[in-house]
Design a binder for this molecule. Structure first.
Ligand code: FPP
Length: 240
């Protein structure tokens, strides 16, 4: 028996990777150790997503609000991001994974910006999986940014009609389909300013497992749960 119904798998999974700090504190380790082990979970989930043929995965790695964390933690997270990109690029090239950063690129140190641009360029034509990494991301900022860009185009006369379909293209996620499934680790019941426009009809799954412990088996079991959900998008069930 297959552990899930391939037909019903989501096309786009979004994940709030939460609980790295608490995972480390519970082991009397510095918080950064949670982020280091959390990268292993990222690896596991990315490869499972690719193997299952799910074409879009969006990971919330660093919010616009996270910059006020202790300087050392932020510095270490930036360092880990650089290491992650260097280390994962060969796999992205081999496995046809497209890397896409969503968020405020200008907030990052110049060198890291260059690295992100370079990985995005090198993987731009890949089709099997689009990996969106939300960095210095804020859902409200994204919506504001979209409104400002849309307004510019209206002034230029290149946009005549505004509707949801047109507006969506101005978001960082562009033409990416909206997430079908949101997973949040560590038990918190919040959206935390993540993909606010895109998640209007997303199915939500919260697990108490901390992100560094969240591996393939947890992911598969969350996806199984998704396959059982009935999605109505505001409609009622068909009545014969
Ligand atoms: C939330 O845990 C996690 C983060 C703010 C960072 C997520 C980063 C990683 C998984 C590693 C870096 C990822 C890549 C792709 C390079 P928290 O620190 O808020 O945990 P807490 O709520 O227990 O304090």
């Amino acid at each position: 028996m297959r552990p899930y119904d391939n037909e019903k798998l989501p096309r786009h999974v979004a994940i709030i990777m939460d609980g790295n700090g608490r995972w480390a504190q519970a082991r009397n380790l510095p918080r950064v150790e949670g982020h280091i082990v959390g990268i292993e979970s990222v690896r596991d989930v990315v490869s499972a997503t690719r193997e299952l043929g799910i074409p879009y995965l969006t990971l919330y790695a660093f919010s616009k609000e996270n910059w006020v964390r202790p300087r050392d933690e932020v510095r270490k997270l930036m360092e880990l991001l650089g290491i992650y990109l260097d280390k994962e690029l060969p796999l992205m090239l081999e496995k046809d994974i497209r890397f896409n950063m969503i968020g405020e690129m200008k907030d990052f140190p110049k060198k890291l910006q260059e690295k992100m641009h370079s990985v995005m360029r090198k993987t731009a034509r890949h089709k099997s999986l689009t990996l969106n990494l939300a960095l210095s991301y804020s859902g409200r900022q994204e919506i504001l940014h979209a409104i400002i860009s849309l307004f510019e185009d209206v002034k230029k006369g290149s946009i005549k009609k505004i509707n949801e379909h047109v507006f969506k293209k101005y978001l960082y996620t562009g033409t990416t389909p909206d997430p079908d499934f949101l997973i949040r680790t560590s038990g918190e019941m919040r959206l935390s300013n993540f993909l606010l426009w895109q998640m209007a009809y997303t199915e939500i799954f919260v697990t108490k497992v901390f992100w560094p412990d969240f591996r393939r088996k947890h992911y598969i079991s969350a996806l199984r749960e998704f396959c059982k959900r009935e999605r109505r998008f505001g409609r009622v069930e068909d009545i014969d």
